[in-house]
Design a protein around this ligand. Structure first.
Ligand code: ADP
Ligand code: MG
Length: 257
Protein backbone atom coordinates (compact mmCIF):
# COMPACT_ATOMS: atom_id res chain seq x y z
CA UNK A 1 0.00 0.00 0.00
CA UNK A 2 1.20 3.49 -0.68
CA UNK A 3 -0.06 7.03 -0.98
CA UNK A 4 2.11 10.05 -1.85
CA UNK A 5 1.29 13.44 -0.37
CA UNK A 6 2.86 16.75 -1.37
CA UNK A 7 3.11 19.08 1.63
CA UNK A 8 2.74 22.42 -0.08
CA UNK A 9 1.88 26.10 0.33
CA UNK A 10 2.17 29.19 -1.79
CA UNK A 11 4.57 30.92 0.55
CA UNK A 12 7.91 30.06 2.10
CA UNK A 13 8.23 29.91 5.87
CA UNK A 14 4.72 28.57 6.54
CA UNK A 15 6.17 25.45 8.15
CA UNK A 16 6.15 22.85 5.39
CA UNK A 17 9.43 21.24 6.36
CA UNK A 18 8.55 21.30 10.06
CA UNK A 19 5.17 19.74 9.19
CA UNK A 20 6.61 17.02 6.94
CA UNK A 21 8.74 15.70 9.79
CA UNK A 22 6.10 16.16 12.50
CA UNK A 23 3.29 14.58 10.50
CA UNK A 24 5.68 11.91 9.30
CA UNK A 25 6.66 10.94 12.83
CA UNK A 26 3.02 10.94 13.97
CA UNK A 27 1.96 8.80 10.99
CA UNK A 28 4.91 6.46 11.61
CA UNK A 29 3.10 5.16 14.70
CA UNK A 30 0.77 3.40 12.26
CA UNK A 31 2.48 3.37 8.87
CA UNK A 32 5.83 2.87 7.24
CA UNK A 33 6.65 6.48 6.29
CA UNK A 34 9.20 7.94 3.86
CA UNK A 35 9.83 11.69 3.77
CA UNK A 36 11.58 13.27 0.77
CA UNK A 37 13.05 16.75 0.52
CA UNK A 38 11.59 17.62 -2.87
CA UNK A 39 12.40 21.31 -2.32
CA UNK A 40 15.55 20.69 -4.33
CA UNK A 41 16.43 24.37 -4.85
CA UNK A 42 16.06 25.54 -1.25
CA UNK A 43 16.57 22.24 0.50
CA UNK A 44 16.73 22.39 4.28
CA UNK A 45 15.01 19.29 5.60
CA UNK A 46 18.45 17.86 6.35
CA UNK A 47 19.01 20.56 8.98
CA UNK A 48 15.65 19.82 10.64
CA UNK A 49 16.40 16.09 10.69
CA UNK A 50 19.99 16.16 11.97
CA UNK A 51 21.37 15.00 8.61
CA UNK A 52 23.47 18.07 7.77
CA UNK A 53 26.69 16.08 7.46
CA UNK A 54 25.57 13.19 5.24
CA UNK A 55 27.41 12.58 1.98
CA UNK A 56 24.76 11.18 -0.33
CA UNK A 57 21.51 13.05 -0.95
CA UNK A 58 18.66 13.29 -3.43
CA UNK A 59 20.85 15.54 -5.59
CA UNK A 60 23.08 12.52 -6.30
CA UNK A 61 20.04 10.62 -7.59
CA UNK A 62 18.78 13.40 -9.84
CA UNK A 63 21.91 13.63 -12.03
CA UNK A 64 21.86 12.47 -15.64
CA UNK A 65 23.19 8.95 -15.11
CA UNK A 66 23.10 8.28 -11.38
CA UNK A 67 25.74 5.81 -10.28
CA UNK A 68 24.22 5.23 -6.88
CA UNK A 69 21.18 3.18 -5.97
CA UNK A 70 18.25 5.07 -4.43
CA UNK A 71 18.76 3.39 -1.06
CA UNK A 72 22.13 5.12 -0.66
CA UNK A 73 20.25 8.39 -0.06
CA UNK A 74 17.71 6.90 2.37
CA UNK A 75 18.49 7.36 6.07
CA UNK A 76 16.59 5.72 8.91
CA UNK A 77 16.03 8.42 11.51
CA UNK A 78 13.38 9.02 14.17
CA UNK A 79 11.36 6.04 12.96
CA UNK A 80 11.21 7.45 9.43
CA UNK A 81 12.98 6.78 6.15
CA UNK A 82 14.38 10.19 5.27
CA UNK A 83 15.65 11.25 1.83
CA UNK A 84 17.40 14.58 2.38
CA UNK A 85 18.50 16.89 -0.41
CA UNK A 86 21.84 18.65 -0.65
CA UNK A 87 22.13 22.40 -0.37
CA UNK A 88 24.82 23.25 -2.92
CA UNK A 89 24.03 25.31 -5.97
CA UNK A 90 26.23 22.97 -8.03
CA UNK A 91 24.09 20.02 -6.92
CA UNK A 92 20.93 21.86 -7.87
CA UNK A 93 22.34 22.89 -11.25
CA UNK A 94 23.32 19.32 -12.10
CA UNK A 95 19.91 17.97 -11.09
CA UNK A 96 17.25 16.94 -13.59
CA UNK A 97 14.05 17.67 -11.70
CA UNK A 98 11.99 15.18 -13.70
CA UNK A 99 14.14 12.33 -12.36
CA UNK A 100 12.22 12.78 -9.10
CA UNK A 101 9.56 10.63 -10.79
CA UNK A 102 11.90 7.65 -11.01
CA UNK A 103 13.20 8.10 -7.48
CA UNK A 104 9.70 8.25 -5.98
CA UNK A 105 8.56 5.35 -8.18
CA UNK A 106 11.29 3.24 -6.59
CA UNK A 107 10.54 4.41 -3.07
CA UNK A 108 6.86 3.54 -3.61
CA UNK A 109 7.74 -0.16 -3.67
CA UNK A 110 8.81 -0.19 -0.09
CA UNK A 111 6.71 2.16 2.06
CA UNK A 112 3.11 3.02 3.02
CA UNK A 113 3.15 6.81 3.00
CA UNK A 114 5.40 9.21 1.09
CA UNK A 115 5.53 12.86 2.16
CA UNK A 116 7.12 15.21 -0.37
CA UNK A 117 8.40 18.44 1.17
CA UNK A 118 7.47 20.79 -1.65
CA UNK A 119 8.87 24.13 -2.77
CA UNK A 120 7.02 27.38 -2.25
CA UNK A 121 5.63 29.09 -5.35
CA UNK A 122 5.10 27.62 -8.82
CA UNK A 123 7.95 29.16 -10.76
CA UNK A 124 9.89 26.21 -12.15
CA UNK A 125 9.69 22.56 -13.14
CA UNK A 126 11.30 21.49 -9.90
CA UNK A 127 8.72 23.55 -8.00
CA UNK A 128 5.60 22.16 -9.67
CA UNK A 129 6.65 18.53 -9.91
CA UNK A 130 5.83 17.36 -6.38
CA UNK A 131 2.24 18.64 -6.49
CA UNK A 132 1.73 17.24 -9.99
CA UNK A 133 3.10 13.82 -9.07
CA UNK A 134 1.48 13.38 -5.66
CA UNK A 135 -1.83 11.63 -5.11
CA UNK A 136 -2.98 14.46 -2.83
CA UNK A 137 -1.69 17.71 -1.36
CA UNK A 138 -1.64 18.82 2.25
CA UNK A 139 -1.68 22.63 2.23
CA UNK A 140 0.13 24.34 5.10
CA UNK A 141 -1.36 27.77 5.72
CA UNK A 142 -0.80 30.61 8.08
CA UNK A 143 -4.25 32.02 8.75
CA UNK A 144 -3.81 35.24 6.81
CA UNK A 145 -5.45 36.45 3.62
CA UNK A 146 -2.21 36.60 1.55
CA UNK A 147 -1.25 33.07 2.66
CA UNK A 148 -4.73 31.83 1.80
CA UNK A 149 -4.58 33.44 -1.62
CA UNK A 150 -1.18 31.88 -2.37
CA UNK A 151 -2.30 28.51 -1.04
CA UNK A 152 -5.37 28.61 -3.26
CA UNK A 153 -3.24 29.16 -6.34
CA UNK A 154 -1.24 26.06 -5.50
CA UNK A 155 -4.44 24.05 -4.97
CA UNK A 156 -5.91 25.26 -8.25
CA UNK A 157 -2.76 24.29 -10.12
CA UNK A 158 -2.58 20.88 -8.42
CA UNK A 159 -6.23 20.22 -9.17
CA UNK A 160 -5.67 21.00 -12.84
CA UNK A 161 -3.32 17.99 -12.85
CA UNK A 162 -5.77 15.77 -11.01
CA UNK A 163 -4.06 16.00 -7.60
CA UNK A 164 -6.76 16.08 -4.95
CA UNK A 165 -6.64 17.97 -1.67
CA UNK A 166 -6.15 15.97 1.53
CA UNK A 167 -6.85 19.02 3.66
CA UNK A 168 -5.45 22.15 5.19
CA UNK A 169 -3.06 22.37 8.10
CA UNK A 170 -3.03 25.75 9.83
CA UNK A 171 0.34 26.58 11.35
CA UNK A 172 1.94 29.37 13.36
CA UNK A 173 -1.45 30.25 14.74
CA UNK A 174 -1.57 33.02 17.34
CA UNK A 175 -5.26 33.85 17.11
CA UNK A 176 -7.99 31.22 16.77
CA UNK A 177 -10.41 33.81 15.43
CA UNK A 178 -8.18 34.27 12.40
CA UNK A 179 -8.43 30.52 11.76
CA UNK A 180 -12.23 30.69 12.00
CA UNK A 181 -12.37 33.55 9.53
CA UNK A 182 -10.01 31.91 7.07
CA UNK A 183 -11.54 28.42 7.41
CA UNK A 184 -14.92 29.83 6.47
CA UNK A 185 -13.48 30.46 3.02
CA UNK A 186 -11.03 27.56 3.01
CA UNK A 187 -13.99 25.14 3.32
CA UNK A 188 -15.34 26.52 0.12
CA UNK A 189 -12.12 26.40 -1.89
CA UNK A 190 -9.96 23.63 -0.48
CA UNK A 191 -11.03 20.05 -0.91
CA UNK A 192 -10.55 18.07 2.28
CA UNK A 193 -10.93 18.94 5.95
CA UNK A 194 -8.99 21.20 8.27
CA UNK A 195 -6.50 18.61 9.46
CA UNK A 196 -5.17 20.58 12.38
CA UNK A 197 -4.35 23.92 13.96
CA UNK A 198 -0.73 24.19 15.15
CA UNK A 199 0.09 27.12 17.45
CA UNK A 200 3.05 29.44 17.05
CA UNK A 201 5.37 27.73 19.48
CA UNK A 202 8.75 28.23 21.09
CA UNK A 203 9.14 24.43 21.06
CA UNK A 204 9.16 24.43 17.25
CA UNK A 205 11.92 27.03 17.11
CA UNK A 206 13.95 25.17 19.76
CA UNK A 207 13.59 21.89 17.86
CA UNK A 208 14.84 23.52 14.68
CA UNK A 209 17.86 24.93 16.52
CA UNK A 210 18.59 21.51 18.01
CA UNK A 211 18.45 19.94 14.53
CA UNK A 212 15.69 17.59 15.65
CA UNK A 213 12.12 17.07 14.49
CA UNK A 214 9.54 18.59 16.84
CA UNK A 215 8.13 15.21 17.92
CA UNK A 216 11.61 14.06 18.96
CA UNK A 217 12.62 17.29 20.68
CA UNK A 218 9.38 18.29 22.41
CA UNK A 219 6.88 15.40 22.15
CA UNK A 220 4.75 16.81 24.97
CA UNK A 221 4.39 20.32 23.52
CA UNK A 222 0.99 21.56 22.39
CA UNK A 223 2.37 21.89 18.86
CA UNK A 224 3.36 18.19 18.87
CA UNK A 225 -0.15 17.24 20.07
CA UNK A 226 -1.67 19.29 17.27
CA UNK A 227 0.42 17.39 14.72
CA UNK A 228 -0.57 14.02 16.20
CA UNK A 229 -4.22 15.09 16.00
CA UNK A 230 -3.71 16.13 12.36
CA UNK A 231 -2.18 12.74 11.56
CA UNK A 232 -5.25 11.04 13.06
CA UNK A 233 -7.56 13.21 10.97
CA UNK A 234 -5.70 12.40 7.75
CA UNK A 235 -7.15 9.28 6.19
CA UNK A 236 -4.54 7.48 4.16
CA UNK A 237 -6.02 5.98 1.01
CA UNK A 238 -3.54 3.34 0.18
CA UNK A 239 -2.98 2.40 -3.44
CA UNK A 240 -1.18 -0.50 -5.02
CA UNK A 241 2.59 0.20 -4.98
CA UNK A 242 3.04 -1.10 -8.52
CA UNK A 243 0.30 1.18 -9.81
CA UNK A 244 1.69 4.19 -7.94
CA UNK A 245 5.19 3.45 -9.23
CA UNK A 246 3.91 3.12 -12.81
CA UNK A 247 1.97 6.35 -12.54
CA UNK A 248 4.98 8.24 -11.23
CA UNK A 249 7.33 6.76 -13.79
CA UNK A 250 5.06 7.68 -16.71
CA UNK A 251 3.86 11.09 -15.44
CA UNK A 252 4.15 13.96 -17.89
CA UNK A 253 6.32 16.74 -16.51
CA UNK A 254 4.50 20.02 -17.20
CA UNK A 255 5.93 23.43 -17.81
CA UNK A 256 5.28 25.79 -14.90
CA UNK A 257 2.32 28.16 -15.28
P1 ADP B 1 8.92 26.13 5.13
O1 ADP B 1 9.45 24.76 4.90
O2 ADP B 1 7.47 26.26 4.77
O3 ADP B 1 9.75 27.19 4.49
P2 ADP B 1 9.85 25.74 7.86
O4 ADP B 1 9.21 24.50 8.36
O5 ADP B 1 11.27 25.67 7.47
O6 ADP B 1 8.96 26.41 6.71
O7 ADP B 1 9.65 26.85 8.98
C1 ADP B 1 10.18 28.15 8.79
C2 ADP B 1 10.65 28.69 10.14
O8 ADP B 1 9.51 28.89 10.96
C3 ADP B 1 11.57 27.72 10.87
O9 ADP B 1 12.57 28.44 11.53
C4 ADP B 1 10.64 27.05 11.86
O10 ADP B 1 11.31 26.63 13.02
C5 ADP B 1 9.62 28.15 12.16
N1 ADP B 1 8.29 27.60 12.49
C6 ADP B 1 7.54 26.75 11.75
N2 ADP B 1 6.40 26.44 12.39
C7 ADP B 1 6.43 27.11 13.57
C8 ADP B 1 5.56 27.20 14.71
N3 ADP B 1 4.39 26.53 14.75
N4 ADP B 1 5.95 27.98 15.75
C9 ADP B 1 7.12 28.65 15.71
N5 ADP B 1 8.00 28.61 14.71
C10 ADP B 1 7.66 27.85 13.63
MG1 MG C 1 11.01 24.08 3.73
Amino acid sequence: MVEAFAVASGKGGTGKTTSVLALGMALAEEYDVTVVDADTGMANLLFHAGLADVDTTLHDLLVEDPELPVEDAVYERHGLSVVPCGTSLAGFSAAHPERLRDVVAELADDTDVILLDSPAALGSKSAVLPIVLADRTITVLQPTVPALSDGLKVREYARSYGTEGAGVLFNRVTDDRAVERVSASSDRYFDGPVLGVVPESEAVRAAREAGKPLLAHAPDSSAASAYREAARTLTVEAGDPGAVADRFASAVVPDPP
